[in-house]
Design a protein around this ligand. Structure first.
Ligand SMILES: C[S@@+](CC[C@H](N)C(=O)[O-])C[C@H]1O[C@@H](n2cnc3c(N)ncnc32)[C@H](O)[C@@H]1O
Length: 382
């Protein structure tokens, strides 16, 4: 996840100062590739608040291919007023890592819209539609709940999503749930409730499962290797079942037990050997024809987390790039400290098409569908 990422884990190659001034042919190609990766644009909603009868939100947004278009935002279809461009050092980092052409004030925004105009809906839809105002990349829409439900404590939120902010945690959960729902409807013509049995593999503290269970009560099973989070889910999420599993497959489930399996930010932590074992297990427990949705840290995430030219080429060359060990589970699974099981992993899109195709039909890979960061891999069990 974006905020959780520690690029200091593998500081083996440092950016060379002044290189942008006289790029080599390879670096020029990289600059073009970097812009192409932004073909649909990219954006993030950092902060949302209600103030004096208005909904105010801050974030940053890159128009498609970094073209100098007017930034425009809509809440439930109502256009918002861009009231400012707040200075935020985080945006400088984004500008640098994506090699953007403008300075950070071009990308940072603050928007406002009167509450009375947007009405009282459960999930507010926030869209980025630069330039002409036409819909661009609906998988990047953000969804907001103005009255967040019960939440896990800060430690648990940090462990699974890298954010201590309860509103952001809620926003990420509901947006990710609705991005997957959009994919199910678009690629399989089915909603959550149309599935008989759904698996959330690596559910954590039900950041997303709580919302999926609202759509499909009593159809969801969440599993995770983290015993502490599974106990929390059992106590707090009553519309689904939860089960602790071991680090290695198999699970206790019969062949073809689920017609929908999803896993967010789990393959972004596993070595290639563990990845292959789990792909095989997920294939086994998915019904033939069933849908499988997985997230990866792909090229867009890599640029946002790092942005270094040589490491980017390494990712493209290797396909699966181990970016160091993740300490996130050390406190709940002490055996993690010495095992090296839990890592930070990036995947190139080409690698996913080539290697994961051994296990599933790859239907599509959708850019930055999760928080403008991880890509969504849409698959079908043959
Ligand atoms: C970054 S967290 C994401 C949690 C949750 N999917 C979400 O998006 O909020 C990764 C989760 O995967 C779990 N995990 C790691 N390896 C796993 C495995 N082999 N099987 C199931 N869960 C695993 C971790 O314990 C952790 O809860």
């Amino acid at each position: 996840m974006p905020d959780n990422f520690d690029p200091t884990l593998t500081p083996d190659l440092e950016a060379k100062p002044g290189r942008e001034d006289c790029p080599t042919k390879l670096e020029k190609t990289y600059q073009i590739a970097r812009r192409a990766l932004l073909s649909r644009g990219l954006w993030i909603l950092w902060l949302v608040r209600e103030e004096n009868g208005e909904l105010i939100f801050d974030g940053w947004a890159i128009p498609p291919q970094d073209l100098p278009m007017r930034l425009r935002f809509f809440v439930n279809g109502i256009e918002c007023t861009v009231v400012g461009h707040p200075v935020d050092p985080a945006v400088d980092t984004v500008v640098k890592r994506y090699g953007l052409s403008g300075n950070s004030s071009r990308y940072a925004f603050r928007c406002a819209v009167p509450m009375e105009q947007i009405g009282d809906t459960q999930n507010l839809r926030v869209e980025f539609r630069p330039g002409s105002g036409r819909e661009l990349s609906p998988y990047q829409d953000w969804y907001l709940r103005l009255k967040p439900g019960p939440q896990p404590d800060t430690g648990r939120r940090l462990r699974v999503a890298g954010t201590a902010d309860p509103d952001m945690f809620e926003r990420l959960g509901v947006s990710d749930c609705l991005a997957m729902r959009r994919a199910l409807l678009e690629y399989f013509g089915r909603d959550y409730a149309d599935y008989e049995s759904i698996m959330d593999w690596g559910c954590g503290c039900a950041r997303v499962a709580r919302f999926v269970a609202e759509f499909a009560p009593r159809k969801l099973t969440g599993i995770d290797i983290d015993p502490d989070n599974i106990e929390w889910c059992k106590k707090n999420i009553t519309q689904a079942e939860f089960d602790r599993i071991g680090l290695d497959p198999p699970t206790r489930f019969n062949d073809g037990s689920f017609d929908l399996v999803y896993g967010l930010s789990v393959f972004s932590h596993l070595s290639e050997a563990d990845q292959d074992r789990w792909l095989m297990e997920i294939q086994r427990i998915t019904k033939p024809g069933g849908a499988v949705l997985m997230s990866i840290q792909g090229e867009i995430a890599f640029l946002r987390a790092d942005g270094d030219f040589e490491r980017f080429l390494l990712l493209e060359k290797k396909g699966l790039h181990v970016y160091g060990r993740s300490p996130d589970l050390d406190d709940v699974l002490p055996e993690m400290k010495n095992s090296g099981y839990y890592k930070n992993i990036f995947h190139s899109r080409r690698y996913v098409y080539e290697r994961w195709n051994r296990y599933f039909e790859i239907v599509d890979v959708i850019d930055a569908a999760f928080a403008g960061y991880q890509d969504l891999v849409v698959m079908r069990r043959r």
